[in-house]
Write a protein that binds this ligand. Structure first.
Ligand SMILES: NC(=O)c1ccc[n+]([C@@H]2O[C@H](COP(=O)([O-])OP(=O)(O)OC[C@H]3O[C@@H](n4cnc5c(N)ncnc54)[C@H](O)[C@@H]3O)[C@@H](O)[C@H]2O)c1
Length: 390
């Protein structure tokens, strides 16, 4: 008998809506799931957003006071999908109330806030799942299986990037992502966090690094409260300064001797959603690009026959994790949204089993420790060790 877990969601913007419809998809995509989510109550400080999400996705109730979500007796687990400056207060309150937590990355505005959230969740012993959804792509999971099987040999290089031009138009609105007090850092929190998580997942922990950053567009049009997303353009109107970085580049060394380079930019031209990486070993190579989410390039060294060496393009298949839950046909396409359905399934499964979740808050803390070293490197202008946040 499938258990129903009461769900509350706080912050009904892009991610809040996506978490909600993902919960509704679990029973359809994962009929054997031990638990499904029952949408109880959603909150947004804009009444229109809370009400419309409740109507669209079937929440029993909506509210403009997020604390009512945590006080609701039928809510066992919460999605926190608000801007970064609200993560700490909301996650601490949710953990104290004994709620299991599906929290969006980067988990706070700063490494110190991520550490405080991790302490609260680990002390309360609740399940956590962090929105590093690119780990959930079937071919990325399969890539990890190839790495673990040893077929790449000794790992040597990792290069990863997240390049997305959402801010490339100087009239792209100055949403919370561009504000230090609301987002914390710029691309380090928003986009590089995904690259670092992929690097950790596939190649292991980063040990030391050197970084540089830049802000290419200094001011933007102020946003209209409660309107639009960070992809919205506003012509005319007052402008205000951008407070955090548009670009970051990082030279990295991993604990296992892998060397590499990570990069992220939000004002780049020509790149719509270039999250991609290459992982090299002494015996093989893997390459993945989100724009072709269901493809994995795989090179394996042959027995001294260079003329026959080359990349094979592996298409997603029903033999890869989760794929058959979405389509029976090898090579057919899955979507970004499907990765969130897999997250919802994994969150509910871990919550039902009383497990910590995967990736859980400690994965976010590991990413935050890398961010911390990046910020120190900007100050010192030199290499910095990745170390625990105290
Ligand atoms: N995993 C991913 O791929 C991914 C993608 C986008 C965003 N995110 C993360 O998700 C989070 C939200 O990002 P988004 O793009 O959905 O933002 P968004 O601006 O679209 O939505 C945020 C929502 O929170 C609401 N909100 C603000 N203050 C509130 C309060 N006090 N109480 C209740 N609601 C409140 C806003 O009105 C808005 O509806 C961020 O932390 C971001 O980093 C993750």
């Amino acid at each position: 008998m499938q258990r129903q877990i009461g769900i509350g969601t706080i912050g009904m913007g892009w991610m809040g809506e996506l978490h909600s419809r993902s919960q509704n998809q679990v029973a359809i995509r994962f009929p054997d799931a031990p638990a499904t989510g029952r949408l109880v109550i959603c909150a947004d400080n804009f009444e229109r957003r809370a009400r419309s999400s409740a109507e669209k996705y079937g929440y029993q109730q909506w509210t403009t006071d997020w604390r009512e979500v945590l006080e609701h007796p039928e809510v066992e687990a919460v999605s926190i999908t608000t801007p970064n400056f609200l993560h700490l207060e909301m996650a601490e309150a949710a953990a104290a109330a004994g709620k299991h937590i599906w929290l969006e990355k980067p988990c706070g505005r700063s490494p110190a806030e991520t550490k405080a959230i991790a302490d609260a969740i680990n002390t309360a012993g609740v399940t956590s799942h962090i929105g590093f959804n690119y780990r959930m792509c079937p071919v990325v999971k399969f890539a990890k299986q190839i790495v673990d099987s040893g077929r790449l040999g000794r790992l040597t290089h990792f290069r990863g990037r997240f390049l997305e031009g959402y801010g490339s138009n100087p009239d792209a609105m100055l949403t919370w992502r561009f504000s230090r007090s609301m987002a914390g850092s710029g691309v380090v929190a928003d986009m590089l966090s995904h690259v670092v998580d992929q690097a950790h997942f596939l190649a292991g922990p980063i040990k030391r690094l050197a970084s540089q950053q830049n802000t290419f567009i200094g001011d933007r049009p102020e946003p209209i409260p409660g309107e639009g997303t960070h992809f919205s353009i506003r012509k005319g109107g007052p402008r205000a300064p951008v407070e955090n970085e548009d670009y970051v580049g990082v030279l990295v060394e991993f604990a296992n001797g892998v060397f590499g380079h990570l990069e992220s930019c939000r004002v780049i031209q020509g790149e719509k959603i270039n999250l991609s990486w290459e992982l090299h070993g002494t015996n093989g190579v893997l390459k993945w690009y989100l724009g072709r989410m269901g493809e994995l390039e795989f090179f394996e060294l042959s027995e001294g026959d260079n003329a026959r060496d080359g990349y094979v393009n592996l298409l997603a298949s029903v033999e890869m994790p989760y794929f058959a839950n979405f389509t029976p046909g090898d090579g057919l396409s899955m979507s970004y949204d499907d990765t969130k359905v897999i997250e919802a399934y994994e969150f509910l499964r871990a919550t039902d089993a009383g497990e910590p979740g995967e990736p859980n808050i400690n994965a976010a803390l590991a990413v935050a420790e890398v961010s911390d070293a990046i910020f120190r490197s900007w100050e010192s202008n030199s290499f910095e060790d990745v170390r625990p946040i105290t």
